[in-house]
Design a protein around this ligand. Structure first.
Ligand code: UDX
Length: 478
């Protein structure tokens, strides 16, 4: 039989938060462009948000081989979904989505009435590790998708060695350099470890869970990472020693944009869960080139009112223009405590613009944007790198702690403000980024942005890795 006569069909299962659904949808679209059929199994909440606030439906209607399906994550639609409730989402997925997914897959795989070709493999977010049991049950290969950086993935994989060496949980000074993450000896400090690696309690249950998750992910048939070889080559080689079929195909938004530009006339690909306030674009149009620092802490991070005030004073005192996203659910506290103080909003004058949610990819590419004060979420970091915009990193949790160390120490694309938030530091860092040290940061940012373009263009590393992933999927369907 001709190996191409069976049409490949993959099932994509994202973890139900903005950053992860966003990047997996981009992967889905790239696979559709290669002629692979895709069933995208989305949890109800993100699906509802996408249909309400993004253009996914119109965009994906162009691909006859694409379909959305939905599944519950056990949480009511109105359940808040910031970092404070992150563990609720993890629990909901484990207790509700996992058994439903098992039932659903057994029934699909046995069904004789489904008109679609049989599934070739499951591509699941690495946080959906239960997909391994389901894949084994129905006899399908499992591919895990890493929505986080390769450096954070590798640090998580190294937790068993860190625990064995007594480097985790933290006992001494968190500035101490670690020796148990291969390839990061000498510059990674305890305080840079992702998530549960920063705890000082050996009994902390998150630690053992993380170990289990990453041991399971490493046993997958293949691994897809939203990064690129020029950015994370040394770490990727460490990962490939353990998972030879590791495909670095990112940055996915740049990769998709490049493919869409060459294959169709459309290049808009918003996967937003919230209504974008586009009024910031005409405001940006009125600002001088590279004069604005964009401030945004992603879709989950929350901040206290004190932190908000310190950030605001630091920004205003720096003299820089700023565009700041303050999500309606970003402030810690109950009801009225969650309101952004009116005097801050009034005090921004013409130099500042505040919105509840921005069209971030468009903002990052705007000529007026010259810096990014970010929480170092991986999507935001990649969007900044692609746009050639240097960063001030104020990591909040999880992978963000190590991303910020790589941004400042390895890639030299900005500064790390980890664990600090006072107006003097903010002012100094904004001045450094936008004025004093601008030339050195811009040089590194321009070089990396050029590498991105090469990586996603014909013959580039991500372009070729995506080709290999597609070939791998075709072989599996043969
Ligand atoms: C989460 C984790 O927190 C992060 O650490 C991990 O790397 C990915 O998943 P999140 O915190 O939301 O994501 O951050 P990030 O990865 O940066 O994703 C946020 C996404 O929302 C980005 O694609 C960004 O463009 C988008 N966004 C953010 C908007 O479109 N508008 C906004 O106003 C803010």
């Amino acid at each position: 039989m001709d190996q191409r006569s069976v049409s490949p069909h993959v099932l994509i299962l994202p973890f139900p938060i903005q950053g992860n659904v966003n990047s997996m949808l981009k992967l889905a679209e790239l696979l559709c462009l290669a002629g692979i059929q895709v069933t995208f199994l989305n949890c109800h909440y993100p699906h509802h948000c996408l249909l309400s606030y993004s253009n996914v439906q119109a965009r994906f209607s162009r691909y006859p081989g694409f379909r959305f399906e939905t599944i519950s994550d056990g949480l009511p639609m109105e359940h808040p979904r910031t970092a404070e409730q992150f563990l609720d989402i993890v629990d909901g997925v484990k207790t509700t989505t996992a058994p439903l997914f098992m039932e659903m897959m057994i029934s699909w795989c046995r069904s004789t009435s489904d008109t679609r070709p049989p599934l070739t493999c499951i591509i699941a977010d690495e946080l959906m590790t239960f997909a391994t049991d389901v894949a084994n049950e129905v006899g399908l290969p499992i591919v895990f998708f890493c929505a986080i950086s390769a450096c954070s993935f590798w640090a998580y994989c190294s937790f068993p060695q860190l625990i064995e060496a007594g480097e985790v949980p933290i006992t001494g000074d968190d500035m101490d350099r670690l020796v148990s993450v291969p390839g990061m000896e000498g510059f990674l400090r305890r305080r840079d470890l992702p998530g549960s690696g920063r705890v000082n309690d050996a009994a902390y249950p998150g630690l053992q869970n993380i170990v289990k998750i990453f041991q399971q992910v490493q046993r997958a048939h293949a691994l897809v990472i939203n990064t690129f070889d020029d950015l994370e080559g040394p770490v990727l080689s460490q990962i490939r020693d353990h998972c030879p079929r590791t495909y670095a195909v990112g940055p996915l938004h740049a990769h998709l944009k490049s493919k869409l530009a060459s294959e169709t006339s459309t290049s808009q690909s918003s996967n937003s869960f919230r209504k974008e306030d586009k009024s910031c674009i005409p405001w940006l149009d009125r600002q001088p080139p590279k004069s604005v620092i964009y401030v945004s802490f992603g879709s989950l991070a929350i901040i206290t009112k004190d932190e908000l005030r310190e950030l605001w004073h630091g920004l205003v005192n720096s003299g820089s223009r700023f565009l700041w996203v303050i999500r309606p659910d970003a402030l810690v506290g109950k009801d009225e405590e969650r309101q952004t103080p009116a005097e801050l909003l009034e005090g921004t004058n013409d130099r500042g613009c505040v919105v509840g949610w921005a069209p971030q990819e468009e903002v990052m590419q705007h000529p007026a944007v010259g810096g990014f004060l970010t929480h170092s979420g991986w999507n935001s970091t990649l969007e900044s790198i692609v746009a050639g915009v240097p960063m001030i990193c104020w990591p909040y949790f999880a992978d963000q702690q190590i991303n910020s160390r790589f941004v400042s120490h390895v890639w030299k694309l900005g500064m790390d403000m980890k664990d600090t938030c006072d107006r003097v530091t903010v002012e100094k860092m904004v001045r450094d980024l936008m004025e004093e040290k601008r030339a050195e940061f811009m040089k590194a940012a321009d070089t990396m942005a050029t590498s991105v373009k090469k990586s996603v263009s014909e013959g580039g590393s991500s372009y070729c890795n995506l080709g290999s992933l597609i070939e791998e999927i075709r072989l599996l369907s043969a």
